[in-house]
Design a binder for this molecule. Structure first.
Ligand SMILES: [Zn+2]
Length: 242
């Protein structure tokens, strides 16, 4: 796996590995931006999520074209999850019955292998996947997430210009924003100006308008808060997925 010196574009605000996986596409400067545009980016995301040890060996030579196939399958699952999240947020049920065979087929095509670990005297198990079967890890984690999902805890950021999800484990389930420092603050500033009946500064409108302004082509400025990530400010939610 190639090490990149670029600052990480990934967000760890979802409070769950699967939610953070869905959050690998964002709105930046009004346009949808892909944070994992190639197979290598999926591996980088996996490494930063702390789960690269689940792929063995981490470096393997795949047959020509295989990376693209695996990448397409992982992205297709993300699209399905995104659609599913939207249905769940609308109060519907997901996944539908006919997706069960698709899911089981994927798990069968991409088998993992349960292994035991002993760390600091503690005994635990984890399922590892050959790189060739990387999608299996995502299908399995997604299935386990859905199995444990509590309705009402899955939320989308309340900033209408933001498409980030999070799993709200707070005691009174009052979390409303992907990040308090970003979208939360932006909406509060907006409400403040609305109350005072004074026009919003142009810069604020540009950040949280749901209409697409001119695209700068840069990935910074996720609904206005990626600069905070780059400066190392902490965001709401977990630092790392559980
Ligand atoms: Zn947000």
């Amino acid at each position: 796996m190639k090490e990149s010196k670029m600052p990480s574009p990934f967000l760890w605000i979802g409070n769950h590995w699967v939610v953070d996986f869905v959050n690998t596409r964002i709105i930046a400067s009004g346009s949808r931006v892909e944070l994992i545009p190639a197979f290598g980016d999926v591996l980088r995301w996996l490494g930063e999520s702390g789960r690269s040890s689940l792929i063995q060996p981490a470096v393997a030579q795949l047959p020509a074209g295989r990376e693209e196939e695996l990448y397409a399958e992982i992205l297709e699952l993300r699209t399905r999850l995104e659609d599913g999240f939207e249905q769940l947020l609308r109060g519907g049920s997901w996944p539908p019955e006919d997706m069960r065979s698709l899911w089981n087929d994927a798990l069968q095509r991409h088998p993992g292998c349960l292994q035991v670990r002993t760390e600091g005297g503690a005994f635990r198990t984890e399922r590892v996947y050959a790189l060739e079967h990387l999608p299996g890890l995502f299908w399995e984690e997604a299935a386990l997430f859905l199995q444990s999902l509590e309705p009402g805890k899955l939320k989308r950021c309340e900033n209408p210009a933001c498409i980030l999800y999070f799993y709200d484990n707070s005691r009174n389930q009052s979390r409303r924003w992907c990040s308090m420092a970003g979208c939360g603050n932006r909406i509060k500033v907006g409400l403040h100006y609305k109350r005072k009946k004074i026009p919003l500064p142009k810069e604020t409108v540009r950040h949280w308008s749901s209409e697409a302004p001119e695209s700068s082509g840069k990935t910074a400025d996720v609904a206005g808060f990626i600069p905070a990530v780059e400066k190392g400010l902490s965001l709401g939610g977990s630092a790392r997925p559980g």
